[in-house]
Design a protein around this ligand. Structure first.
Ligand SMILES: NC(=O)c1ccc[n+]([C@@H]2O[C@H](COP(=O)([O-])OP(=O)(O)OC[C@H]3O[C@@H](n4cnc5c(N)ncnc54)[C@H](O)[C@@H]3O)[C@@H](O)[C@H]2O)c1
Ligand SMILES: O=C(O)[C@H](O)COP(=O)(O)O
Length: 530
């Protein structure tokens, strides 16, 4: 039974599918402090949050069983991603479910600031009929600058056109071609600041975007600018903004987000007549909350059940065409990694992965992750290593990972070959998928073989002499170990050779030592592949 903790208010529509699952139990405990969360997180396999819960390194460290942190929403700045990755905890988000809702809130804020809606409402309900103080401006024929043309920024730009606005957009990934297709003007931050009438930000908060609109930008800003921030507090320098409003540079501002949330009572926005605020409501609609809750719960379920999932934040996404090509090789890759790690003695220094055939045409990094996971699991324990942290752990340990690619696959459609160099030796294993036969190991060191990579294997290194097979059979038979398959490989007659046996159960250690006592046998190693 997997245990899931929900520590923020998340729509029941999504949680329901977790509650309905036979293998999941769900506890809802919104509003926990960090200490309270640390005290209980150790018993949970998954944690579901929105933006309130701070999933710090302490929380990750205490989450000994934690496999996944699911964010019902986009921003993951409340989650320590580095701490999660180090511990192999997958962080996923629900990036699509609140796009339209947040875009619509941006418009609500833009129109509210253009027409002084909150200020006029307050006066009217206070009994004052004041029509003079609240003369606004139209959106039509105004220039809107959009900083961050991702999901939300693009939707904002689309809708702004319906209002008759001209749009200037900036995003490091926005190409001239895409801007043209969207009917917007590709611009720099400075262009926007100097020329726009309205400006809205839709970037994440990163070291680069922090205070991207600050004192220097306000100094060159077109007077009368109106600014909206429904993305993240801190993208616009709050104190520099207040100054710019007071100096008459900025005509009005609408903020849904703050550098510190909730803001302190004396925050300068809260009583400012030209700044309107909402309490981080961008994603707060029934529809968006259902969307993100359903999405994140579905993915958490997949992760807990070891099924394919999407939207991992601390793992690069795999495009569908790459996944189609690589997925059949994932299990083989992991087994080859495990095989070579069990075969090789000494501290690992370098892993060389060679891809031949048409797998070499795509980005093979996702498959390398599986191979490295297989190798490290043997040394660090399979509990410690997973696809999220395998490359990270390898890097942390200073392992050099070399990838080679070639289109010639030596008679196979595709060939994966893994060489492990340790302080003591260098060994190689290669495998492929054979039509109708499945995964096969086809080479061990310099010897061609044909072995299914599964179960209990014994690798015997010997001299190619008559009688070896009989001696091996007798030794195993007398120790009640049944041989299922046997393969012998050699390069030249009478030279060095290997034998790979598949046996029906684990081999006692003393039997492996006895092998080396037999004439012409150098050593025997047991390799277990699950
Ligand atoms: N107020 C809310 O409740 C609410 C709701 C949803 C999302 N958000 C926030 O809105 C923001 C945008 O969300 P999204 O779903 O559109 O994300 P997204 O990832 O689709 O888009 C973000 C865009 O910002 C761009 N970007 C990154 N650095 C930039 C820079 N220095 N200058 C310009 N652009 C830059 C990226 O290239 C990307 O295209 C995020 O910060 C998200 O957390 C807030
Ligand atoms: O990044 C997001 O998805 C928004 O900021 C929404 O945050 P919330 O889930 O706390 O409303």
């Amino acid at each position: 039974m997997f245990k899931v903790l929900v520590s923020d208010p998340i729509s029941d529509m999504g949680i329901q599918q977790l509650m309905d699952a036979q293998d999941i139990s769900v506890d809802k405990k919104p509003g926990l402090s960090e200490d309270e969360l640390v005290a209980i997180i150790g018993q949970y396999d998954a944690l579901l949050v929105r933006s309130q819960t701070r999933v710090t390194e302490r929380v990750m460290e205490a989450g000994k069983q934690l496999k996944v942190v699911g964010r019902a929403g986009v921003g993951v700045d409340n989650i320590d991603l580095e701490a999660a990755t180090q511990r192999g905890i997958i962080v996923i988000n629900a990036p699509d479910g609140n796009t339209i809702t947040t875009c619509e809130h941006t418009f609500a804020m833009m129109m509210a600031v253009a027409r002084h809606i909150p200020q006029a409402y307050l006066k009217t309900v206070g009994g004052v009929w004041d029509r003079k103080s609240f003369v606004g401006v139209e959106l039509r024929n105004k220039v809107l600058g959009v900083l961050g043309m991702g999901r939300i920024g693009s939707e904002v730009a689309k809708r702004a056109k319906a209002f008759g606005m001209e749009i200037m957009g900036y995003d490091p990934f926005l190409t001239e071609e895409r801007a043209e297709k969207m009917g917007i003007k590709l611009s720099s931050v400075e262009d926007i600041v100097r020329n726009a009438d309205f400006m809205t930000v839709h970037t994440p908060l990163t070291p680069e975007t922090r205070h991207m609109i600050g004192k220097a930008q306000f100094e060159i800003m077109k007077p009368g600018m109106r600014i909206v921030n429904c993305a993240r507090g801190g993208i616009i320098d709050e104190y520099a903004l207040v100054e710019a409003v007071d100096q008459g540079i900025v005509a009005g501002a609408a903020f849904d987000v703050f550098e510190v949330e909730p803001p302190t009572e004396d925050h300068p926005f809260l009583k400012h007549p030209k700044i309107i605020v909402t309490p981080h409501l961008g994603a707060s609609t029934v529809e968006a909350q259902e969307n993100v809750a359903i999405d994140v719960s579905e993915q958490v379920l997949h992760i807990l059940r070891n099924e394919p999932f999407r939207n991992a934040v601390n793992m690069p996404p795999i495009p569908a065409d790459v996944l189609n090509k690589l997925q059949p090789y994932f299990s083989l890759g992991e087994r080859l990694g495990s095989f070579i790690a069990q075969l090789t003695e000494g501290a690992v220094e370098e892993i060389t992965v060679s891809y031949s055939g048409d797998v070499a045409d795509v980005d093979t990094q996702p498959l390398t992750r599986h191979i490295v996971k297989g190798i490290l699991s043997h040394h660090l324990g399979s509990e410690q290593v997973n696809l999220v942290n395998s490359m990270h752990l390898a890097k942390q340990r200073g392992l050099n990972i070399v990838t080679q690619k070639s289109n010639a696959a030596k008679g196979f459609t595709n060939l994966l070959s893994v060489t492990l160099r340790t302080k003591k030796e260098e060994r190689l294993v290669a495998g492929t998928l054979l039509n109708g036969y499945g995964a096969r190991i086809v080479q061990i060191d310099k010897f061609p073989v044909d072995v299914a990579p599964e179960g209990n294997l014994i690798l015997v290194s010997h001299n190619d002499k008559p009688g070896i097979i009989g001696r091996v059979g007798t030794l195993l038979g007398s120790n009640d170990v049944n041989i299922a398959t046997m393969q012998v490989g050699r390069k030249i007659v009478g030279g060095a050779a290997i034998m790979v046996l598949t046996v029906d159960k684990g081999v006692p250690k003393n039997v492996l030592t006895d092998f080396a006592q037999l004439p012409d046998i150098n050593n025997a190693k047991e390799i277990i592949l699950f």
